[in-house]
Design a protein around this ligand. Structure first.
Ligand code: BGC
Length: 611
């Protein structure tokens, strides 16, 4: 049962004031060393701590010292030059960290990546279902474990900061980032976001296998209204109507739907938060003092530091210098400036010298950053914490981790429809015919943010495709054709169809219908006179009315990641289905896909899922 909005808001506010009172005190024991180090830094060195450059755009590795960089990231597609294998990532991290340690003063860098569904940048690592699938498991323990494994695999490379969890609450499934959200319901997002934060950071962020969490994107990234956020990208001249858009409504609505999910993670000691590209009532979140300082830091008692999104300040009003001034004064502590970091530093310095940004604000930002560095335990001279966790390396992509991922997959699968007892497939079936573009494609089933930023089709990493999982799980003969031909005579047909991978910008879509090829594949199998199961592999609910008449059973598998055998577990009856929809599933008659709009018609309601 979902609580009413009113009940939820009341509970959130009570939790918020409790949080502010406890003041996230867990970091205060690092106040003294952070203050001492802060006092020894020059203004240029302080500005350096506030700067995060992308390793891909470093003009020289020596910029780590020359620009006193406090942090380095690998954003989407910012890979080691030698490849995306584990050794290359480990080498990249180690080389940059050693350079930071050799600098004067010797302050370790924080290295951040997007381990958003496992160590998804690295070939051979365990890739879990995206958050939308995890939301359907309704299982916080499982999500904590999945996030723990993500931390272990990430830390095995040496990297100790992930830009996760995403606690967005997508309201409009046309948004291409819908899959980054656990649910359209803020209560479920709050619960699972907390589980993820706990799993990533472990019991103590100083643990050798903990990574810093970064709860994102604050606030209202999932509430943008169709049409208001149109941005035009110069090169492609295309419109992206939802990404980086505007969320409208009063503060209690924003709090209720989009801010409340941050509170449990803040209380649990989330070390960092990423403000959103999007706006609230026309004001960019990355420049909003009300959101960043008054709400996050003062009201909610957030004691970690804020990291801006990738070049997000470029979207604030004014010239670059004014954008920097605006964001620092709003409360941003560290700036993700992939390539213009020298210019950023020069202009921030000017802003300070001209009195537009106060020394106090700089000291507050740097104090927050250094305190987290001390709390992580990486400031102790000679600490092995700074180097890749070599003992964890054999666990990357291990059978143990993959088995946890397989569990996550089978718990995320939602049985939408099951007529004539089509599911589970009878053990006596002699032949199973499988078809569809997503049946035997690891890249397609992993979705966006896998090896590359947007994800890609094909054998991009190691894992078990859904087809391979079916083959391994049955004694029946399993045949395959892409378009459904050759199904005649089989006991049952399985069409694995749906979306291809995408990430931000490129996933925004006003047309959520299945492709003509997908519909044809289902139809072809049905015309062979056999029962048909449609498995929808996608980053959001899609419009499936065109196959309703032909598919006897329909299963939502989301983007399951590398362990396709988890889908087979449900189809073949090795495990009972338990997944429940974390989003409303739309009917074709919908004239809107925005939750709550009268034109949004459900084919299957929130919470639906056959047992
Ligand atoms: C995304 C963030 C991500 C960042 C760093 C941005 O484009 O919005 O979610 O963490 O890139 O890769």
């Amino acid at each position: 049962m979902r609580p009413s909005r009113r009940e939820f808001l009341a509970a959130s506010l009570a939790a918020a004031s409790a949080s502010a009172q406890s003041g996230q005190k867990r970091f205060s024991k690092f106040d003294a060393p952070a203050k001492k180090l802060l006092a020894s830094l020059t203004l240029e060195q302080k500005i350096g701590q506030m700067t995060q450059a992308d390793q891909m755009f470093l003009k020289s590795i020596d910029d780590i010292e020359t620009c006193h960089l406090g942090s380095v990231l690998s954003g989407g597609d910012s890979d080691p030059k030698s490849g995306n294998d584990f050794a290359s990532w480990t080498e990249l991290y180690t080389r940059l960290q050693k350079r930071a340690l050799a600098a004067k003063p010797s302050i370790p860098i924080l290295y951040g990546i997007d381990s958003v569904h496992g160590l998804n940048n690295v070939i051979g690592a365990t890739v879990f279902p995206h958050n939308i699938g995890l939301g359907c498991t309704r299982n916080p323990k499982l999500i904590e474990n999945v996030s723990r494994i993500t931390a272990v695999e990430t830390r095995a490379t040496g990297i100790h900061w992930t830009f996760a969890p995403c606690v967005t609450v997508p309201q409009d499934i046309r948004w291409g980032r819908t899959y980054e959200g656990f649910s359209e319901d803020p209560k479920l997002v709050a619960q699972l976001g907390l589980a993820a934060t706990r799993g990533l950071q472990g019991n103590d962020i100083a643990g050798p296998l903990s990574v810093l969490a970064c709860v994102k994107h604050f606030a209202g990234d999932g509430g943008t209204t169709m049409g208001t956020g149109t941005i035009r990208r110069e090169k492609s001249n295309e419109n992206y109507p939802l990404d980086r858009g505007d969320t409208r409504g009063d503060e209690s609505a924003l709090f209720d739907l989009h801010i409340a999910p941050y509170i449990p993670s803040i209380q649990a000691g989330a070390a960092t938060i990423m403000p959103s590209y999007s706006s609230w009532n026309g004001e960019k979140c990355s420049g909003s003092k009300h959101l960043l300082t008054e709400i996050l830091k003062s009201k909610l008692g957030f004691e970690g530091f804020l990291i801006s999104d990738y070049d997000a300040i470029n979207e604030l009003p004014g010239n670059y210098k004014q954008q920097i001034e605006r964001s620092v004064n709003a409360g941003m502590d560290m700036f993700m400036i992939p390539s213009r970091y020298r210019e950023f530093q020069k202009l921030l310095l000017e802003n300070i010298k001209e009195g537009r940004v106060s020394q106090d604000r700089i000291d507050d930002a740097v104090f927050r950053i250094l305190r987290i560095k001390f709390a992580m335990g990486i400031m102790t001279e000679g600490t092995p914490l700074l180097m890749p966790a070599s003992a964890a390396q054999p666990r990357v992509g291990s059978a143990e981790h993959r088995s946890a991922a397989r569990q996550a997959v089978r718990e995320s699968v939602v049985v939408l429809k099951n007529e004539k007892k089509t599911l589970p497939i009878a053990a006596s079936a002699k032949r199973i015919h499988v078809c569809g573009k997503n049946a035997d494609d690891i890249g397609n089933q992993c979705g966006g943010w896998t090896i590359t930023w947007q994800g890609a089709s094909g054998p991009t990493t190691k894992g078990t495709t859904i087809l391979a999982g079916i083959k391994a799980g049955t004694s029946a003969e399993v045949t395959f054709s892409l378009d459904g031909t050759g199904a005649a005579g089989a006991a049952v047909g399985i069409a694995v169809i749906g979306e291809k991978p995408y990430a931000e910008f490129f996933g925004d879509s006003t047309d959520l219908r299945l492709s003509a090829a997908d519909v044809a594949a289902v139809r072809k199998m049905k015309s062979a006179g056999i029962p048909v199961i449609a498995v929808i592999v996608s980053g959001r609910p899609v419009v499936i009315d065109e196959i309703l008449g032909d598919a006897d059973a329909i299963v939502a598998a989301w983007w399951p990641g590398t362990e396709g055998a988890g889908v087979a577990d449900i189809l073949l009856g090795a495990h009972k289905p338990t997944g429940k929809l974390s989003f409303t599933w739309p009917a074709a008659a919908s004239t809107s896909f925005h939750r709550g709009d009268p034109g949004y018609k459900a084919l299957y309601p929130y919470g639906h899922g056959l047992a």
